[in-house]
Design a protein around this ligand. Structure first.
Ligand code: PMP
Length: 287
């Protein structure tokens, strides 16, 4: 069965789906997006994603392309038409199509695009050997809390990581603190077993996975501290990992080529992975 995309009210074969050249998403990166995990045909953390979408839209003054309930119906329809059991929905809202000009008119109809992608089910236990990250200066704008489709800096950072043989780039602010990864949130575990991740704010995207992992850890009584950490602190941490909708929880076993802890995924990361996998399964109705 061919993949189906949703574009502005139409469900079209993925290879034929297209938007207008004057779409402001194409012309100016004038839009926002979400990537939502689907498990057993249901959205995982659907509320968190749609609430964040609302915050992003409001921050950039784009109207909802349709009301939230209708949007959920379209998501369900994209899942159904793609026979998507386990995978991701990509959802993008741009300001719409209008003659190219930096300023925008009041009454413009936003464009809505959705695509679906399959993926393997998250394993119940840590079956990941871990990944390496590099650290590079954070060259992004000052509103990284908005899930903007303007990702050039993130794209170049990720490419730099790839070219260095690493999985992710951890972005570092002017004071030497890690903000987040190019497409994930960054975490460390201290020698005392405490979990550390940077508090949300304009310097980073408030990850939906980050929030869920925080709540799961809190529920287990794990010591938590939302505070910035430096690259030096991360290098000597007991464990490190990253979180995102598409990477789940990924152990980070080296930073700039230097081993973190024993250079293997650690026990805190393993237990969070098990908790998160159980949570995702439950969100999918336990199947
Ligand atoms: N930070 C950035 C810059 C990201 O692009 C992403 C994922 N899109 C995340 C963090 C993680 O967010 P989430 O857990 O909601 O996928």
């Amino acid at each position: 069965m061919s993949r189906i995309a949703y574009v502005n009210g139409r469900y079209a074969p993925h290879c034929e789906a297209a938007v207008h050249v004057e779409d402001r998403g194409y012309q100016f990166s004038d839009g926002v997006y979400e990537v939502i995990m689907v498990r057993a045909g249901r959205m995982v953390d659907g509320n968190g994603h749609l609430e964040r979408l609302g915050r992003s839209l409001e921050a950039v003054k784009i109207d909802w392309p349709m009301n939230r309930r209708s949007l959920e119906v379209v998501i369900g329809e994209v899942v159904r038409r793609n026979r998507l059991r386990d995978g991701f929905i990509y959802l993008q809202v741009t300001r719409g199509v209008v003659r190219r000009d930096h300023q925008f008119p009041d009454n413009i109809q936003p464009s809505l695009v959705m695509t679906a992608r399959r993926c393997a089910v998250l394993a119940d236990s840590l079956d990941d050997l871990g990944v390496g990250v590099i650290t590079i200066p954070d060259t992004r704008w000052k509103r990284c809390d908005i899930k903007s489709i303007s990702l050039l800096s993130n794209v170049l950072s990720k490419q730099e990581a790839r070219e260095a043989g690493a999985y992710e780039a951890w972005l570092v602010d002017e004071e030497g603190y890690v903000t987040e990864g190019a497409s994930s949130n960054a975490w460390i575990v201290t020698g005392a077993g405490g979990l550390v991740t940077r508090p949300v704010g304009r310097a980073l995207l408030g990850g939906v996975t980050r929030q869920t992992v925080l709540e799961l850890a809190r529920g287990e009584g794990v010591a938590l501290c939302e505070r910035p950490f430096t690259v030096e602190e991360a290098r000597v941490a007991a464990e490190a990992f990253l979180t995102s909708t598409t990477s789940f929880i990924k152990p980070v076993v080296s930073i700039d080529g230097v081993k973190v802890g024993a250079g293997r995924p650690g026990p805190v990361c393993a237990s969070l992975t098990a908790l998160y996998a159980a949570y995702v399964k439950a969100q999918g109705g336990g199947e």
